[in-house]
Design a protein around this ligand. Structure first.
Ligand code: SAM
Length: 204
């Protein structure tokens, strides 16, 4: 997976490659599709959601440019796999999932790997988590109609945010970096995520 799907397609950040080589992806995949855990595609998980394609996890993680001291917010815990990669690269991760069964099983999967720097919270993440802000990195792993303003406000100076933005079916990855009082926005690759549902996302 790392050599062919990630390095072979231009993922260059050695810390990201090392983390994705070390965190056991099969541990986050439901038993029924565990044999496909390292294939080049997203896979179904409970509650009609998905664990993202490894390449997309790598692209988004690379865009966050994480340092070991960084504090990170993730919206859309799903299986917990992306949170585990973030936890391997940063000091603290807060991840929010709107489906309680997913939050519960992600908590168990992360705990079983001894990743004690991740907190999983159940709720609508579209307002972020102001009490724990600011964050050096914010990653949204569901497709949003636009970037929730509350998340941009919770970025630390020079903080980075990555979010798929577009329609319910297809999006473009957007990277936002806080610079002084303003932000710099860059457009990235096309992608297809399940919708971000909530107060500042899509209607249920
Ligand atoms: N990062 C996940 C992983 O590693 O398995 C994959 C995420 S999946 C593509 C998107 C997740 O976002 C789903 O689990 C979905 O329930 C969740 N989600 C959608 N809207 C949300 C919201 N407003 N707040 C929190 N989670 C949300």
């Amino acid at each position: 997976m790392v050599e062919v799907q990630l390095r072979g397609r231009g993922i260059l950040d050695e810390r990201v490659l090392e983390a994705m080589g070390r965190v056991p992806r099969h541990h986050f995949v439901p038993l029924a599709s565990r044999a496909k855990a390292y294939e080049d595609k997203p896979l179904p998980i409970d509650c009609g959601q998905t664990i993202s394609q490894p390449y997309m996890v790598a692209i988004m993680t690379e865009l966050l440019q994480l340092r070991p001291t960084d504090r990170v917010l993730e919206l859309g815990t799903g299986s917990g796999y992306q949170a585990a990669i973030l936890a391997a690269l940063a000091s603290k991760v807060l991840t929010i999932e709107r489906h309680e069964p997913l939050a519960k099983s992600a908590r168990a999967s992360l705990g079983a790997l001894g990743l004690d720097n991740v907190q999983v919270v159940c709720g609508d993440g579209t307002l972020g988590s102001p009490l724990d802000a600011p964050y050096d990195g914010i990653m949204v792993t569901a497709g949003a109609p636009d970037i929730p303003a509350a998340l941009v406000a919770q970025l630390a100076p020079r903080g980075r945010l990555v979010c798929p933005v577009g329609s319910r079916e297809a999006q473009t990855l957007i990277q936002i970096t806080r610079r002084g009082e303003g932000t710099v926005e860059k457009k990235g690759t096309a992608c297809m995520f399940v919708p971000l549902i909530g107060e500042r996302g899509w209607a249920e």
